[in-house]
Write a protein that binds this ligand. Sequence first.
Ligand code: C5P
Length: 207
Amino acid sequence: MIIAVDGPAASGKGTLARRMAAELGLAYLDTGKIYRAVGYRVLAEDGDPADPEAALAAARTLDVSQLSDPALAGDDAAEAASKVAAIPAVRDALMAFQRDFAASPPGAVLDGRDIGTVVCPDADVKLFVTADVETRAERRHKELLDRGEPSIYARVLQALADRDSRDRSRSTAPMKAADDAIIVDTTTMDADAAFNTAINIVRSRTG
Ligand code: C5P
């Protein structure tokens, strides 16, 4: 079984996807981390993430051990990720890894932006998890403060809006719900309510 979970930044899709995978006994892949690792590597080498040559070199030599670097959680990595992610050759270079992961038994939950539309168009269930941008920014702001990191709400809101706009407007694999995806709007839901909603959808679709 393959479950595709797409949606904008800080929509709660990662928490939801990880929890669903554990509940259903499936593997879990956070595909955003792959793009973050590529973007972060370009930054670490003093390159420009929007430079196709530098980004492609980082994508081609990506090693899975790079995916566990805690620095990937930061905003610099997120912004760099959305720049390398707009380069079609980078997306191509990362495709086989994602598809192989999804095709390995016992199946997987993958979260990202283009899983239901491009990476796994034949997924058994497709969810598009979203929430108002203000709600997503509040969640991210609180998360940063809880971790003891400095955060200014207005800046978090602007960074999320900029990243969403870049992800939605790129010409290759833009962020969008697949025609057969079910929209889960978590604006007024806590993590448990979102999980229950999603798992009920999966059960009703797969029996
Ligand atoms: O999900 P996360 O916020 O970690 O993703 C970081 C960035 O990676 C996104 O803003 C997007 O530009 C890119 N991404 C993508 N396709 C995916 C997953 C992430 O373009 N499947």
